[in-house]
Design a protein around this ligand. Structure first.
Ligand code: GLU
Length: 307
């Protein structure tokens, strides 16, 4: 409460994809989101993002929950699983379709490449072709494969600006830089963008704290929030831990599952994560270390993590 105005209570979350156990990089996002929730006297939720079933590893969700518990990062409610929330995503897709903001797309990858070649500009982004909008005007007899979000609303390009608590002002022209993105994939699976927006709103999330590699998705998520009439949370994107090849640490470039076999190993892993967040190394018991970091995070400069 400030100036007598009621503010929504703080609700934060950690939303891992169960593609493997937590590693040093994912622990940074988990610790930062937990610290931010605790420093705000808020709630901290865990959501298992298991929509991309082919990439999920059996048992990984349980392992992640156990690893978080070993680190003293305990959610305030039982974890929710996106694989059980398809009905909510369908409702959102129906709402967008009724509003003329989602449309079925019958294009294969090859169709997209050919359409772009004819236009003379195959625009790529992160190895993905930017969709040229072929099915905006209808399927023309092709069977529907994926569902896409219409980013060119009223024919205007869609420039989204938002302020990240660490990275500052960010701007992305979604229709030009990303294009009409997928909401439901050709294989029937729900796309991350739709699931994350629906769930953050359904869970009342006020603050998204996650790794910087995800910052680039935020403009798309804000567009979806606006289209669905949902509030936009605050965003804080945390520094990435880099692998030996200078890229974001991942299983592909050598991330090891965290070693959390005894209290010393747990504290060592958390100290490494804390250092990445520009917090001083802590000693003592796990409880003491976490309490120390919450206090530092809550201090006025606490979340001023350098870029
Ligand atoms: N499930 C995503 C990941 O593990 C994170 C999504 C998010 O925090 O918005 O990369």
């Amino acid at each position: 409460m400030r100036d007598g105005l009621s503010q929504p209570p703080y609700i934060g979350r950690f939303a891992p994809s169960p593609t493997g156990p937590l590693h040093a990089g994912s622990l940074v996002a988990a610790l930062a989101s937990w610290l931010d929730a605790r420093a705000h006297g808020g709630q901290w939720l865990v959501r298992i993002e298991d929509v991309d079933t082919p990439r999920c590893v059996p048992g990984a969700a349980d392992t992640i929950l156990q690893q978080l518990a070993s680190c003293g990062l305990l959610p305030d409610a039982p974890a929710v699983y996106q694989s059980q929330r398809g009905a909510l995503y369908q409702q959102a897709l129906d709402q967008l379709t009724r509003a003329g903001l989602a449309y079925p797309c019958g294009c294969t990858r090859q169709d997209i490449a050919s359409a772009l070649a004819i236009k003379g500009h195959a625009r790529e982004r992160h190895g993905e072709l930017i969709y040229p909008g072929t099915c905006r005007a209808g399927l023309r007899g092709k069977p529907a494969r994926a569902w896409r979000f219409l980013t060119l609303q009223t024919g205007q390009s869609t420039k989204v600006s938002w302020t990240d608590r660490r990275l500052g002002l960010q701007t992305q022209n979604v229709s030009e830089q990303v294009g009409d993105f997928v909401l439901r994939r050709a294989d029937g699976l729900w796309a991350y963008q739709l699931a994350v927006v629906v769930d953050d709103a359904a869970q009342g999330v006020t603050d998204v704290v996650r790794g910087e590699d995800l910052a680039d998705n935020t403009a798309r998520q804000i567009l979806l929030q606006r289209a669905l009439g949902l509030p936009t949370p605050r965003y804080l994107h945390t520094p990435l831990v880099l692998g030996a090849n200078g890229e974001k640490l991942s299983k592909q470039n050598g991330a090891q599952a965290l070693l959390l076999s005894d209290p010393l190993a747990v504290l060592a892993a958390l100290n490494t994560a804390a250092t990445c967040l520009h917090l001083p190394a802590a000693s003592g018991t796990l409880t003491e270390a976490l309490a120390q970091w919450v206090k530092q995070w809550a201090a006025p400069m606490g979340t001023k993590i350098p870029r």
